[in-house]
Design a protein around this ligand. Structure first.
Ligand SMILES: [Zn+2]
Length: 294
């Protein structure tokens, strides 16, 4: 099998994102089935070999690279997601407004992954249990983002934490609300003893020491963007596009329209996080943000 055994009942299917499989006798839990034809083929093989009575697909958050294989024909008994993120999984336009700020159609070729609707059968509370699995609310990347802790001590953190390569490539980690993501990262370190192995959605798997190191790198990445935005706005009242251009110019990244749109959306999240220090002004029909005088 293409899968790797991580614990007594937990398996890893490597990829970006990684997929976690928990085999509880007759019931199979597939956490973030991912996307693409190869992944569907691999998961179909896994299902054939375990031959479960029931297949639960657990979606950690509404970004479609984590679940579009389920849309494209993976067999399952039920889809489980948090009640906070479920609307964006069920209605692609909501997902695209939340991610890019535009009500694009799910078929738009600007998008990396398909965004067809997927019906969520079980809408759960973000902090809860699902059979043997513990679901832990790790908001920030999206409002309802969860991690999954298995009884054999494997913690799948999905996109609450990124690997170093991802941070280098994208420079500005995408978070719906970066300040909430930062708080989540600090809380994650406090949980480091609960898990033997921590698996990232996009990145390596680490132990508790590796977790601490990566959390610090992720927090620094968020703080550096926050600092750049605050300092820039202190002397230059600016629009979202102007802020976005400034922080992109300070990081040498290869730019595409979808990356810039994503950064603009992330900048809006930073504005919300810095809201108590900022005020909007209208300058010749353009809203610009400036640091409040005190
Ligand atoms: Zn994501």
């Amino acid at each position: 099998m293409a899968i790797e055994r991580l614990g007594d009942k937990t398996y890893l299917l490597r990829g970006s994102p990684a997929t976690i499989i928990y085999n509880d006798d007759d019931e199979l839990y597939i956490i973030d089935p991912g996307h693409g034809k190869k992944r569907i083929k691999q998961l179909r093989k896994v299902i054939r070999e375990f031959n479960p009575d029931k297949i639960n697909i657990v979606i950690t958050h509404y970004h479609s690279d984590h679940y579009s294989s389920a849309i494209s024909g993976l067999p399952f008994t039920r889809i489980v997601a948090t009640k906070l993120d479920a609307p964006m999984i069920e209605y692609p336009e909501y997902r695209l407004v939340a991610t890019f700020g535009y009500p694009f159609s799910g078929e738009d070729n600007l998008l990396l992954y398909r965004a067809e609707p997927l019906s969520v059968d079980v809408k759960i509370e973000p902090n809860s249990t699902l059979g043997p699995l513990q679901l832990i609310h790790l908001p920030g990347h999206t409002p309802g983002h969860i991690s999954v802790l298995t009884p054999d001590s494997i913690l799948y953190v999905a996109d609450a934490l990124f690997g170093e390569k991802v941070l280098e490539t994208y420079g500005i980690p995408y978070h719906y609300k970066p300040c909430i993501a930062k708080r989540t990262l600090s809380e994650l370190v406090e949980r480091k003893e609960e898990a033997e192995t921590i698996v990232l959605g996009h990145g390596p798997r680490v132990d508790s020491l590796g977790l601490e190191k990566l959390v610090n790198i992720n927090i620094k990445a968020i703080e550096s963007v926050e600092k750049d935005i605050y300092e820039f706005l202190s002397s230059n009242p600016s629009s979202i596009q102007e802020i976005s251009r400034y922080i992109l110019e300070r990081r040498s990244l290869s730019l595409s329209p979808s990356l810039v749109l994503l950064v603009e959306s992330t900048v809006r999240g930073y504005i919300v996080c810095l809201r108590e220090y900022l005020e909007p002004i209208v300058d010749r029909g353009v809203v610009r943000w400036r640091v409040t005088k005190r």
